[in-house]
Design a protein around this ligand. Sequence first.
Ligand code: TTP
Ligand code: MN
Ligand code: MN
Ligand code: MN
Length: 371
Amino acid sequence: EVCVEPSSPQRLSQYACQRRTTTINHNKIFTDAFEVLIEHAEFNENEGRCLAFMRATSVLKSLSGAVRCLWDLEGLPCLGDQTKAVMEDILECGKSSKVQEILSDDKYQALKLFTSVFGVGRKTAEKWYRKGYRTFEEVLADSSISLNKMQKAGFLYYNDILKGLNRAEADVLSQIIEKTVHTIVPDAIVTLTGGFRRGKEYGHDVDFILTTPEQGKQEGLLGCVINKLRYQGILLYHDHQQSTFDFKKLPSWKFEAMDHYEKCFLVLKLKSDLVEVDTRRDDAAERDWRAVRVDLVAPPISHFAFALLGWTGSRQFERDLRRFARHERKMLLDNHALYDKTKKVCLSAKTEEEIFAHLGLEYIAPWERNA
Ligand code: TTP
Ligand code: MN
Ligand code: MN
Ligand code: MN
């Protein structure tokens, strides 16, 4: 059998921030399998295994063609014996026995189900599993379990939130958020970020960055936005987190999901003719809206570029940007700043392009960051 080398004579970098990864994935059959292995490793807190499969997944997503045999993997970074064994299985039998085993595992199934609820993390899911619960009905029937506000919303709007949104629905929401923000601060800047900025067709939520041309004027903006959304009758849930941002603090050296900007996690009513309401639900038949997840973050304009780069993702792209900065440049990068450890200075930036330049990286456009 003759195998076609997936192009690119140049050696592929081990860092996702030195690869261009669009939303077109020619190796979905492998990456879907790896995603199960990643989740399983996450549930078992096996960080090393998790990272290995995340890096392998990301490399496969960046290839310009489908892998047809193990020889195609020659010279590719981040593909070890473990990942190759799984791929060999899939190439030979169309599926991986290891993945099949996990998919039929009782604990995996329960944790997967429970963590699919907004507000339920691995630890809570594990607790419910250990109590012997396998279904939502069993969890909700236990009166000794007290759900927090987020989890209550998670159960209440479960089907809607699980469905996520398409691009057209994200655009409708952009208009709603922009209009609302501009009634408060007319010259505020509203920027779509997250997966939709990377050109994804579907998302589990819509992410926006709000800032103002005048430094500091973004303070208090989110509180006003929340009030306006409530007044419009479309606010179903909000978790407003105040800023804990400190201008003097150096970037954190480890990857943290959370940053220190003022932000809010919302569930909004999306009313539109465009919206497809799931009519299988009894109550859905009479309503003309669907619950959707929206994230808003409000950095000061001085830090906008870092916030934008951080919130655009993908998570693997962010992880590798930071790893590259630390290991290849002796710099610390996070959602707030870039610190040069050699020169002992923070490098400021007005645009993402400037941050890539500070790092000595070729600019990678948002739609090429689907690592
Ligand atoms: P998500 O909205 O979770 O992911 P996504 O938009 O890439 O994909 P999806 O379509 O499933 O929504 O997060 C977007 C980015 O925001 C992600 O790269 C991580 C980042 N983020 C932070 O940097 N800080 C935070 O506090 C949070 C909540 C997210
Ligand atoms: Mn998102
Ligand atoms: Mn997500
Ligand atoms: Mn989000």
